[in-house]
Ligand binder design. Structure first.
Ligand code: ADP
Length: 473
């Protein structure tokens, strides 16, 4: 743990495992409520001087952090593959994505503009000032263990906030590496603090109820996000929530089915399906169903599960046994209710799979609304295909979820693309595009997928308060 500029060691620890091999790869200090409180006090104390720094000073440190992260990319990527499981190439991509947030907010720190507003009174002036919200508590997940940290910390620091971070218990080592790098970049003591813990619940409770914390930013499951938002409500603490998704991927019959199937095979199996924007319901218009499935089946069957350090691996392990069981339950339920299994459908066993959490890349077709997989987020390597007949039907089906994070549409008809873009109730929509994410673009969901946006200009607003001055002259 890192509190008030000191690394805390020599305490009770919890073990960190490699999900591909089951091997112990390290340990982290098992923090408690007193540690969380100490970290919040440190952040609160540091807030006075950090918020008084110039935007140029904060920007300078973030630029340095960006450079350090790019310099350390190979080591960080290897650590990520070992701790989280994704293939090394994907881990390298994530480190670059994570570094992009440091760079973007190094730039954006200098663009925290205020405003003057004309008044109806000749003797009055309105002045709008933007000020940091204060101490930010951040809780991050294991699936993107580096970029989910910089996506929160970079804008918070750029805005002049101080931070206490609690990373996921499966991936504390990546968090430690990021905080070391921020320390090396020159952040003063107390500006960023790290509390690692095997049991997140009491730390989360302290974050939500300690009056010194002014804002909670969370990425994780919808259930936990809702519980934390409720705990923040009595103090009306500001919250940002990046929660689950159940992304539709709609392929209209005017699209090239081969191109669309390639798109699905690339995006669905990224991070072994463990992404909140992973396509979970693949709607394909009936006239092109066959060529679409032919291509997708070939590509899914060719995906090789394995240790992410092996260059031939295209999908890594799931994070733990619970994740494998969830996928098994969804696939078995779908098959029992009449879905057609076209590839995979089994846990990987045998050589190299003895201790890891591997499930084979799976393709199901004829998925219907009565199946669990139609409603519940999968977070695993399963492509679930649902045939449809017309545009209004598919929009209704796509919107028939309490989630609202990402959606994807393949069409060559411009009018249809725009129509569907407008009618889908999701925060992020890729039109013939499987990667509509960037540090420059606002990421976030509608409905129960969350509150607020990360990245882009909007991302820094989450850490700023608007102050109005009315001046009589
Ligand atoms: P997942 O099920 O995908 O692991 P979670 O929402 O459980 O998603 O985890 C995301 C983050 O939330 C992690 O950092 C985890 O430690 C944290 N977390 C989980 N449960 C709680 C809780 N009750 N209070 C605070 N944080 C929690």
């Amino acid at each position: 743990m890192y509190i008030n500029g000191h690394w805390i060691t020599g305490r009770d620890v919890f073990t960190v495992y490699n999900p591909a091999t089951g091997e112990q790869i390290g340990e982290a200090v098992d923090g408690n409520v007193a540690d969380a409180r100490g970290a919040i006090d440190a952040a609160s104390h540091a807030g006075a001087s950090w918020s008084a720094t110039t935007a140029y000073e904060r920007s300078h440190i973030l630029y340095r952090a960006h450079q350090l992260m790019m310099d350390q990319q190979p080591a960080l990527a290897e650590l990520m593959t070992t701790e989280q499981g994704k293939p090394l190439k994907a881990a390298n991509n994530e480190v670059r994505y994570a570094a992009d947030f440091l760079l973007w907010y190094a730039e954006e720190a200098k663009r925290i503009y205020g405003e003057t507003i004309p008044s109806a009174r000749a003797d009055q002036r309105f002045l709008i000032h933007k000020q940091p919200v204060g101490v930010v508590a951040a809780i991050t997940p294991w699936n993107y263990p580096v970029s989910m940290i910089t996506r929160k910390l970079a804008p918070a620091l750029a805005a002049g906030c101080t931070v206490v971070l609690k990373p996921a218990e499966s991936t504390p080592l990546c968090a430690i590496a990021v905080i070391k790098l921020l320390e090396e970049a020159g952040l003063p003591p107390g500006v960023v603090n790290l509390v690692t813990a095997s049991n997140p619940q009491p730390i989360g409770e302290e974050f939500c109820t300690n009056p010194k914390v002014k804002k909670l930013t969370f990425t994780g499951s919808t259930a936990v996000g809702k519980a934390l938002a409720q705990k923040c409500a009595p103090q009306l603490k500001r919250v940002s929530m990046e929660l689950g998704g159940h992304a539709p991927f709609i392929v209209f019959d005017d699209a090239d089915p081969v191109h669309a199937a390639k798109g699905v095979s690339l995006v669905k199996f990224l991070n072994t399906g463990q992404a909140c924007i992973s396509p979970n319901r693949i709607f394909v218009q009936r006239p092109i169903l066959e060529p679409f499935l032919d291509t997708l089946k070939k590509r899914v069957s060719a995906l090789k599960a394995g240790n992410g350090m092996n260059p031939e691996t295209s999908i890594g392990p799931l994070i733990n046994e619970r994740a494998v069981e969830k996928v098994e339950r969804q696939v078995d339920d779908a098959i029992a209710k009449g879905a057609t299994l076209l590839a995979g459908g089994v846990r990987e066993t045998g050589d190299g799979f003895e201790a890891g959490f591997f499930y084979g890349a799976t393709l199901l077709s004829n998925v219907t609304p009565g199946m669990i997989i139609y409603r519940e987020e999968t977070f695993g390597p399963v492509a679930a295909v649902i045939p449809f007949d017309d545009e209004s039907e598919v929009i209704a089906m796509a919107n028939d979820t309490h989630y609202g994070l990402a959606a994807y549409v393949y069409t060559t008809n411009l009018s249809r693309g725009l129509r569907v873009f407008e009618q889908l109730n999701f925060g992020i929509i890729g039109i013939n595009d499987i990667n509509p994410t960037s540090a420059a673009a606002p990421f976030g969901g509608t409905n129960e997928s969350g509150l607020g946006r990360e990245g882009a200009r909007e991302g820094i607003d989450e850490y700023l308060e608007t102050k109005l001055g009315g001046f009589s002259i």
